[in-house]
Design a protein. Structure first.
Length: 119
């Protein structure tokens, strides 16, 4: 899947969802479907990389929280969020995304963390 706000790199064992630019709900409308598709192929661990994301509006935050709850509760999986600036880190904490999702500085660090969980 590729659009201007979200690209998915599933070339490794852990898929990396890269959020880019100004993210709104329209750009994330296929997020849950993509997660379900990857889950049907055996994936239950994901990295959400926000290093290139400038802004998330409130409806996009709701979509993101729904997606994270889907992975956590329905898939019994794990999500790592990476690349957060201080504003996004505060927003993710207030909204309850953190601590459901673990935080790392980079997507690479998130991949390492999730790979260790699989061992």
């Amino acid at each position: 899947m590729s659009n201007t706000q979200l690209t998915i790199d599933n070339s490794r064992t852990i898929p990396v969802f890269k959020f880019q630019g100004n993210c709104n709900v329209e750009g994330l409308e296929n997020l849950q479907n993509e997660l379900k598709s990857l889950h049907s192929k055996g994936n239950s661990r994901f990295v959400f990389d926000f290093s290139a994301c400038k802004l998330l509006n409130s409806p996009a935050m709701g979509e993101l929280l729904d997606a994270i709850l889907l992975v956590d509760r329905e898939f019994e999986g794990h999500i790592v969020v990476s690349g957060l600036d201080s504003l996004k880190e505060t927003l993710f904490t207030i909204s309850g995304i953190i601590p459901i999702a673990q935080e790392t500085r980079s997507a690479e660090e998130g991949i390492r963390l999730l790979t260790e969980l699989q061992a």
